[in-house]
Structures are given as C-alpha cells and as structure tokens.
Design a protein around this ligand. Structure first.
Ligand code: NAP
Length: 319
C-alpha cells in the first residue's frame, strides 16, 4: 500500500558512487531518522536504507497528538519534517532493501536487493515491525477485499459502510476512532473486557459512536467476493454469533522485522531486540532503535530518543 513505485528499471542500476560509511541506519522510521539527524550533526558519514517510503509507521497514522512541539500534526507531515531534517544535516539515503548482513566483520557488511555491498563502521537497526495477523479462516482470502491492517490507507473504501476493528491497544482504538469519521458503524471487538490503549484514547472512544463487543474473538472472516460477515466467539460463554460487516481492521500487535539479524543479535522470546541503556545490542557497534527494540513504550518520541541515545554512545567508536 505504501510501497514506492520502482523509480527505474533494475537492470539499468549502476553501483552507487559511495559504498563506505561511518554509520548505516537500516530503516527510515522516527528512530532511524532521528539517529540519522544526530549522526549527521556529529559529522559522521551516514547512510539510511529504506525499502519502502521514508517515515515508517507514522505514515499509517492520521493525526499525531503526542509528539512534543506539535499539538496536532498529520503522520505524513511529521515524516516529511523528520526526513528533511536528516537530509539537512547531510544524511544520505538509499532506496534499497538490506537482504543480508555480516555484523561480525569490521567494518560491517550490508548487502542490498540491488546487489550492492555497503560497508559501515557502525550499524543502527531501525527496521520496526509489521502488523501481526489474526490467523483465522478468511483473513488471507479477503485481504484487500475488506480485510485491512491500515485504516488511514484503506479507510476511504468504507464510506458509510459497517466495519469492525479487532484489538484493544492504542492502534485499534485510534484507528477505530479514525474510522468513525468515515464508516456508518464501527464496532471494536476485544478479547477482554478492558482496553489496553492509553486512557485519553479510551475516553475518546467511549464518547464516540464506536460500539464495543467485549470478551470476544473473531474466529472466521467470510463473504462471497468481499467481506460480508465475521463469526465471533464469546470467550466466556463459548457462544458463537454471526456479525455482518463490510470491513475488518486488524490491530492485534506487532511482529518485529528481525529476520536478517537473528544470527547475530539477541532478542526476547517475541523477537524484539535486546539492548543496553545506550541502545547497543550484544554485538559491539550494532545499535537498535524504535519499535523493533524490546521496550516498555513504543511511541514516536521514544523511537526518536532511542536514535539520539544510540548516536551519542557510538561516538566512542569514532573518538
Ligand atoms: P498492542 O499494544 O500490542 O495491542 C494489541 C491488542 O491486540 C491487545 O489489546 C491484545 O489483547 C490484542 N490481541 C493480541 N493478539 C490477539 C489475538 N490473537 N486475538 C485478539 N486480540 C489480540 O499493539 P498496538 O495497538 O498495535 O500497539 C503497538 C505499540 O505501538 C504499543 O506499544 C502501542 O502503545 C504503540 N502505539 C502507540 C500509539 C500512540 O502513542 N498514539 C499509537 C499506536 C500504537 P490484550 O490487551 O488482551 O493483550
């Protein structure tokens, strides 16, 4: 949905002019871009790799109200600000996907989908996470036919239609609220009887037209061409009901994008990368910032702070 159109025919791609950097940042979300800003300001030769569009998860967010300095700003606008800030301090950008890394070599080696091999003294992992799937019948079949993981991207298809939102965290509640401005009916389905989302978001949701079905899970998504219904199971009574809906927005958590680093980097049992208080992983000179890090809070401000802390610490390698 937010993938960039290919800019050119890959067969015509030539080697980049420069393959050697002080700092390679993998991922251009708030954490990665903050690291790039701080590294650029510290005079470090920096490159940021992004396989999709610079900005990360904030591009999937309608309005942001909890990033200091902005009472309210759109996700797109904030992403643009981060990006131009990093460019202003000299960060280089490559629209390439890192497909293989050697984090034990010195300098570290990063291979991209275009076949280029970059070298960097220090690496910052900022690859974020992807939405977790529900894993129920019909979820894959009706993907983009009513099933979505991004209200901001797909919400407009559901004007005056009935939708459900699955999950009880910040994403479910905030994206559900966004859908109340578009859909005729928004019902949040949550497996418990209490939301996990921040109180301010909960208060808004309870005051909005959003309806709630508690202690309930989705067991099946069905329809003919597009989604027409979901089957629901009350986890307390076991009762199964059919709920008619045109759209299913799924927000049941995140899966960290950690695959290519797993060989080198320690993670928790869910794959979130472990780091010390300086954001340094178990591998010297390899840092982790943002949503992919094991952290008690995943916000734009914490991702940005991670980037700053990592770069201040890494200057020890250059001093
Ligand atoms: P999350 O906080 O992990 O919440 C996931 C929700 O889905 C939980 O309510 C969970 O239920 C439910 N869930 C998990 N697996 C399920 C399953 N198989 N079936 C049904 N329900 C399931 O995920 P998120 O909302 O995507 O947020 C991810 C991170 O980003 C969080 O740290 C969040 O605070 C942050 N975030 C922040 C903002 C903001 O600050 N404005 C906005 C969006 C996201 P339980 O509650 O029972 O576990």
């Amino acid at each position: 949905m937010i993938d960039k159109m290919p800019l050119f025919n890959l067969s015509n791609v030539s080697k980049p002019a420069e393959l050697n950097y002080d700092v390679a940042v993998i991922g251009a979300g708030p954490g990665g871009l903050s690291a790039a800003i701080y590294a650029g300001r510290a005079g470090l030769k920096t490159i940021v790799f992004e396989k999709s569009t610079e900005g990360g998860q904030i591009l999937l967010t309608d309005m942001i109200e909890d990033y200091p300095g902005f009472t309210s700003i759109s996700g797109n606008a904030l992403a643009d600000n981060f990006l131009s800030h990093a460019k202003a301090f000299g960060a280089n950008f490559a629209n390439e996907e890192i497909v293989e890394v050697d984090l034990e070599s010195n300098p570290k080696k990063l291979k991209t989908d275009l076949g280029n091999e970059y070298l960097a003294k220090v690496v910052v992992i900022a690859t974020g996470s992807n939405p977790k799937k529900l894993g129920v019948k019909g979820e894959n079949e009706f993907m983009n036919k009513g099933v979505s993981y991004c209200a901001v991207c797909d919400g407009s298809f559901f004007k005056n239609k009935k939708v459900i939102v699955v999950g009880g965290g910040d994403s479910a509640v905030e994206e559900g609220l966004y859908m109340t401005k578009i859909a005729s009916e928004v019902t949040l389905i949550h497996r418990r009887d209490k939301l996990r989302a921040q109180k301010i978001a909960q208060d808004r949701a309870f005051k909005s037209k959003m309806k709630f079905i508690w202690n309930t899970v989705v067991t099946e998504i069905g329809g003919t061409k597009n989604v027409e219904y979901v089957m629901l199971k009350n986890v307390q009574t076991g009762e199964i009901t059919k709920h008619e809906t045109d759209g299913v927005f799924i927000y049941v958590g995140l899966i960290p994008n950690v695959e290519i680093f797993k060989k080198y980097i320690k993670t928790d049992e869910n794959g979130f990368v472990l780091a010390d208080e300086h954001m340094e992983t178990n591998v010297k000179g390899v840092y982790v910032v943002g949503d992919i890090r094991k952290t008690p809070l995943r916000q734009i401000v914490t991702a940005a702070a991670d980037g700053a802390i990592a770069v201040i610490d890494m200057t020890k390698y250059f001093d």
